[in-house]
Design a protein around this ligand. Sequence first.
Ligand code: SF4
Length: 282
Amino acid sequence: MTLNTNNPTNLQQLDSTMLSDFRNCQRYFYWRHERQIDSIDPKVPLAYGIAIHAMLAEWYKTKNIINAMIAFDRAWALHGQPEGDTKRNPIRAAEIMNAYKNFYSEESFKVIDIEVRGALPAGDFMLVVIIDLIIDLPGYGLLPMDHKTTSYFSEKWWRGKILRWQYSAYLWAMRQLFGKNCNSLYVNGVLVDQKRCLFDRQPTSRSDWDLSMWLSEANHIFKEIQLCRSENEWPKTEDYCDRWPDTCSYYQLCTTAGINYRELQPGPNFKKSIWNPLNEVR
Ligand code: SF4
């Protein structure tokens, strides 16, 4: 299902990744979403996560493991077919798919829809969402399910995921679409590991109050984006530079001395890449 993506009001479209990028580092938002610059280096974890999403989407569409692996290969190729590493490669993906099929041989829910994409007015901007699955779970009713790949399961990991701002955005969108009785989301965790295949799922809920707070915060962030634009001022958050598996991909740009960053022309390690929230799955 694709939701209405018409934008008669010409409101700017933002997804939760863009909002989070801005919250994490305004300079990062500037490079990625204003200048539309991306590093040419293949991002193996990102490509693998996207390909696993494509694989699971196809699995729920057809319940056919070959089709699911074709979907993985297609997405993997589309993202540069990186060499991968010991835990992220097509062979490990096939092993995960096979183990997933056996582990969840009898799902406790009915699939209502797969990869629901759309844009909804959320105050002063259009919120873009891609919901991996909408399911009907006895005892909960309709709820979105979000696939998440992770290198480890721990209480801390679950705590971080369950509180995710992105899930407030999804639940806010679900409430607009399906009404009040849609207040929980199911996180579908998939371990990314060299040998083990592990899966875990947990629900997370938001009250009306939580969602109204989220809407107010999201609009506040949108105002801050507009302020940065009007002043063309994009402060760095230096303590965010190392919060990646590798250093931030814009580190080279942010540490180029003697030139105003607004005039900086990136070298051959970078390319033009337009972020289209309706095409991306993270
Ligand atoms: S290198 Fe650091 S300051 Fe620059 S964009 Fe990345 S996180 Fe922000």
